[in-house]
Design a protein around this ligand. Structure first.
Ligand code: PMP
Length: 384
């Protein structure tokens, strides 16, 4: 057999797979990987069956089912005052991951640098490398805000793009209006593309707005806005999302999309289009997760874990330095095997692992699951 070429020599198994396997093996409450442990709306599930029975089972157009693209464009334009065109600007993707991956392949290449803000979701780095470009990790501030001075300092003549993520996984922070203005200014000044990962855009708490790039005309013109129905509709396994970008960017995106994915599961697209005719599910999502956040934080208050701010997403980051001196990965494994609650160490979201004694819990779980996890975490109190 010939040698297998290794395009990602330093990439192992993603932490999410590792921690989920460990949680299953040890019967731990899995607050590691970010997925709900409750079902989706039965009406949405029924809509998929209805679409299949109605005969929507063949290839849809390459860019996605028109009804779904129309719903997406109307939703974005209504929420953010944009003017996305359903035919030219919206492409339905196999989840947010493919949207990010293909957007990066479309806009950067050999010799380019792409700025990512660390801690950064773990799919950005390999996607940038596979495009032939170099990921440049810029640390966020100690309280997980975007450090614009550090971003400016990292920009070189080779910088072609920046990836941002708000609400931010893993920290749970959200970008502000001023952040977006800074981003817009930098992107214009240095002629950068922006990949805006907004998969948690309907999970922003305490009445704060979601600062989408779609709100900022000069930013919108150079951005690939990525979203995922998996997060918004509690169906992470469906892997359906979209990318919104102006016509030239969407055309570049689709050139690659048509020969990699070509298109996405037809009946699911019809079902989501029909289901989204009612805005109530996504309009209520922030309140739904805010209630879970509040209950989970209240329960964790009885543990020695220090709660960091959570402004959006379904992740709560905690500081465990009152409990242990273990490095984050070892602590997360210990927590899973000994205490019975799986978490994700933040150290894995950096190119050069940082050790801050921070781990992330996912609270997209039934109230009973969260209560069970909190009661197990109370056992931390007496630990050395
Ligand atoms: N971006 C972020 C920040 C995420 O947390 C996730 C999912 N965990 C994705 C993108 C990928 O979304 P999808 O599952 O739709 O590919």
């Amino acid at each position: 057999m010939p040698a297998l070429p290794t395009k990602l020599p330093n990439t192992g198994t993603t932490i999410f797979t590792v921690m989920s396997a460990l949680a299953t093996e040890h019967g731990a409450v899995n607050l590691g990987q970010g997925f709900p442990d409750f079902g989706a709306d039965p009406a949405l599930l029924q809509a998929v069956t209805d679409a299949m029975v109605a005969g929507h089972n063949q290839y849809p157009p390459m860019s996605g089912v028109p009804a779904l693209r129309q719903v997406v464009a109307a939703k974005l334009n209504g929420l953010y005052g944009s003017a996305y065109d359903a035919d030219l600007d919206i492409t339905i993707t196999a989840g947010g991951t493919q949207g990010i991956f293909t957007a990066l392949q479309a806009c950067v290449g050999a010799g380019d640098e792409v700025i990512i803000l660390e801690p950064a979701y773990d799919s950005y780095d390999p996607a940038i490398r596979l495009a032939g470009a170099r990921p440049v990790g810029v640390p966020m501030t100690p309280d997980y805000r975007i450090d614009w001075a550090a971003v400016r300092a990292a920009i070189t003549p080779r910088t072609r793009a920046i990836v941002i993520n708000t609400p931010h996984n893993p920290s749970g922070r959200v970008a502000t209006h001023d952040d977006l203005l800074e981003l817009q200014c930098l992107a214009e000044q240095h002629d950068l593309f922006v990949i805006s990962d907004e998969v948690y855009g309907h999970m922003v708490f305490d009445d704060a707005p979601h600062e989408s790039v779609a709100r900022y005309p000069a930013l919108r013109e150079r951005s690939f806005l990525v979203n995922s129905f998996g997060k918004t509709l509690h169906v992470t396994g469906w892997k359906v999302g979209f990318v919104a970008a102006p016509p030239a960017l969407s055309a570049a995106f689709r050139r690659l999309h048509q020969y990699t994915v070509f298109t996405v599961h037809t009946p699911t697209q019809h079902a989501i289009a029909a289901y989204l005719a009612n805005p109530a599910p996504w309009q209520g999502l922030s309140n739904f997760y805010q209630a879970k956040r509040d209950a989970f934080r209240a329960a964790l208050a009885a543990t020695p874990l220090k709660l960091l701010p959570c402004e959006g997403t379904y992740f709560q980051t905690v500081d465990y330095s009152a409990v242990s001196d273990l490095p984050e990965l070892e602590f997360a494994k210990w927590l899973t095997t000994e205490i019975g609650v799986a978490a994700i160490p933040l150290s894995v979201f950096y190119q050069q692992p940082q050790e801050r004694r921070h781990v992330r819990f996912c609270f997209a779980k039934r109230n009973e699951t969260l209560a069970e996890a909190a009661s197990r975490l109370k056992d931390l109190a007496g630990r050395p």
